[in-house]
Design a protein around this ligand. Structure first.
Ligand code: GLC
Ligand code: GLC
Length: 650
């Protein structure tokens, strides 16, 4: 849209910037800036228009976009053009991701280079390397307390190692996902240090208060993220003699986006990593970006405006780069991080499907898909050109983030059902073999989340300790069932390192003082490469899991209906243990795929006539896409084995 006020302002800014800079070929930059400027201006004006220094900040914003465009390497500019032409490229079923710590997985960045082949063997072609920026040792929150956004932590290596890794990944057609920790910095970041020394400019980068009067009002409505280890949302800084807002750990200071300088700094950092070759940026803790007295300080409208602004700006300088929203919030809130009221995503193209993740674990514990069915049905439709990141485990705890209303519809009582889930996964429920740990228990609300590796939560640890072959086989089935669900749902599946070889909880964090109180470290292990070798040895647990996951990945990539074009239909079947949906493909018109997951410990029948009646599934001949075998149908029912799943085609 052409709008006079914003464009005449832009013209002034460009005249000024052109006088300062060397001549460059900026034609593409200008086209994109022109296309996005009215949106950028409007968002910036909504957020900061009442400030006397508004124009100056807007000028700095445009200068940042232009400077980083000039810095953008030519091969990345070329990639931008390719991705603009093929703008739905990331919806394809050919992408399969894995999240890993570069030190946990391969010691360091150099080591990563020689471990890419393991990922390729499995079929992984999108790698989320967990935060690599410089962090204070011991007070790093696993990399999420950044001291210097433009420096690689020396424990991981150097920029030279990083560039080599990126170059090798590009050659292998592997995508790189990196974090941008947008919500907070370490209390040792230069900005925090300056604030501590009394520099008002940098105190304005954070939420700093002389006394408790304002913090106390905030606290009335703010929940706590880490109630056990970091209670409260403010921390007293002795040297500064003031309070800082610290929603996460005491050493993580929340950034103040009411200050446009903070937004511009962060945008510069986003573009810095985009220019270093990140294909996708994971925007950390985005639900927390805007703080408002009297609110929970999560999911505020302005948090969305900031993300939209970041997206619009990124599209000017590095349009090929995508954003992932890490917003682990309620289903109706998560969906908004794609952007609202638009055909195309306006904020983040990808969002963590935390709802699906939590619902899958509910189905594992209850052995029923009742809540899973209801919960998925109630996730609002997402936009086109937006996709889920589907995962079963990550480096974080599992929050039971489904809605109470859904729990009630499923026939449970919310409080006791959540309590049951915690008991189940911590192994405190009759018959449960899960070996999880309660995380972030809130004594006031009774809330808790769950830590533990996928395999340990699935019962593998206890099964192996008890030398119980049946239990081992069940645990493996659960592990595969969860992978089968995230690989077929629609979206980018994000595996977690170690899960494809059944990695158990790692208790060594208990010996490290800086980790012992945060049991998320139980599932952030060192990759055991000796165990990984067993993946080639039939009869081992590692072999059973690895080969099956590898097969699923290979098959997924061949099924066009598994691309995410909002082409999933949830099917109501009259068996509470089954989760059944169909995937269809309007574009190539390839046959539908019926996905059937059985969460029960017993085989369960799926009645086929109702499905055939719905007109899309002929059951005379049903082929299981994974085994390639034709399935036997007796009494018009298909029997799905215990804790198993099928991907079926007529
Ligand atoms: C994100 C990370 C989590 C971290 C938190 C604070 O949610 O995933 O590990 O503790 O942000 O940075
Ligand atoms: C909360 C936050 C999420 C963070 C997690 C860390 O769930 O919403 O962003 O990753 O805590 O445990």
């Amino acid at each position: 849209m052409y709008e006079q006020i914003s464009h005449s302002l832009l013209n002034d800014i460009l005249v000024e910037l052109r006088q300062k800079s060397k001549p460059q070929n900026l034609q593409l930059f200008y086209t994109r800036l022109g296309a996005n400027f009215y949106a950028i201006y409007s968002l910036f004006h909504t957020l900061y228009g009442n400030r006397p220094d508004f124009k100056e900040h807007l000028r700095n914003l445009v200068e940042t976009l232009m400077r980083q465009y000039v810095n953008r390497p030519s091969h990345l500019r070329k990639m931008d053009l390719e991705r603009e032409k093929d703008h739905n490229w990331f919806l394809s079923q050919k992408w399969v991701g894995m999240a890993l710590y570069c030190d946990g997985y391969a010691d360091n960045l150099k080591g990563m280079l020689s471990r890419l082949n393991y990922l390729q063997e499995l079929g992984v072609n999108l790698v989320h390397i967990m935060p690599i920026c410089d962090c204070p040792q011991g007070k790093s929150d696993g990399g999420y307390a950044v001291r210097d956004y433009r420096k690689i932590d020396c424990r991981f290596g150097t920029f030279k190692d990083f560039d080599k890794l990126v170059a090798s990944m590009k050659k292998r057609d592997m995508l790189l996902v990196l974090d941008v920790v947008v919500n907070h910095t370490s209390d040792q970041h230069e900005w925090a240090e300056r604030a501590r020394e009394g520099d008002k400019t940098y105190q304005d980068y954070y939420f700093i208060f002389d006394d408790r009067s304002i913090p106390d009002i905030y606290e009335e409505s703010m929940p706590e993220v880490f109630p056990e280890t970091a209670p409260g949302n403010f921390t007293w800084d002795e040297k500064m003699g003031k309070w800082a807002m610290t929603v996460f750990n005491h050493y993580q200071w929340d950034l103040n986006y009411q200050n446009p300088a903070v937004l511009i700094e962060m945008l510069d950092i986003i573009l810095f990593w985009a220019n270093h070759g990140a294909d996708i940026l994971r925007m950390d803790a985005v639900a927390f970006l805007w703080k408002k007295i009297g609110s929970s300080c999560q999911n505020e409208r302005e948090a969305h405006l900031i993300l939209q602004l970041m997206k619009d700006c990124c599209q000017v300088t590095a349009p090929g780069v995508l954003f992932i929203a890490e917003a682990i919030v309620s289903p109706t809130e998560i969906i908004k991080y794609f952007g609202e009221d638009a055909i195309n995503a306006k904020e983040c193209e990808i969002a963590y499907n935390a709802t699906y993740m939590a619902l899958l674990w509910d189905a594992v514990a209850t052995k029923k898909a009742i809540l899973l069915n209801i919960g998925i049905q109630n996730i609002p439709q997402k936009l086109e050109r937006a996709t889920w990141l589907n995962y079963a485990r990550s480096h974080d705890d599992i929050g039971l983030g489904f809605s109470d209303a859904d729990i009630v519809s499923a026939g449970y009582e919310p409080l006791s059902h959540r309590r049951f889930l915690i008991d189940y996964f911590t192994g405190n429920f009759e018959g449960s073999l899960a070996a999880g740990l309660a995380f972030g228990r809130n004594l006031e609300t009774g809330d808790a989340r769950i830590s533990g590796s996928l395999a340990s939560l699935a019962g593998l640890k206890h099964a192996l300790v008890n030398n119980d072959a049946n239990a081992t086989s069940t645990a493996i089935k659960i592990i595969l069932l969860l992978h089968g669900m995230i690989l077929s749902f629609g979206g980018i599946p994000m595996l977690y390192y170690g899960d494809a070889i059944g990695t158990l909880n790692d208790d060594s964090y208990l010996d490290d003082e800086s980790k012992s109180t945060d049991n998320r470290w139980a599932h952030r292990p060192k990759m055991d490469w000796n165990r990984a070798m067993l993946r080639t040895q039939p009869g081992t647990v590692e072999y059973s899991i690895f080969c099956a996951v590898k097969k699923m990945i290979a098959v997924r990539k061949e099924i066009p209906a598994f691309a995410d074009r909002n082409n999933r239909e949830l099917l109501n079947v009259d068996n509470p243990h089954l989760f059944v949906f169909s995937r269809f493909d309007q574009i190539n018109n390839s046959p539908r795929v019926l996905v059937v997951g059985n969460f029960d410990d017993e085989p369960q029948p799926l009645k086929l006539p109702p499905l055939q009646h719905m007109g899309f599934f002929q059951y005379e001949l049903i082929r299981d896409l994974l085994s390639g075998e034709t399935l036997h149908v007796a009494d018009e029912s298909l029997i799905c084995p215990a804790r198993s799943f099928y991907w079926l085609q007529a």
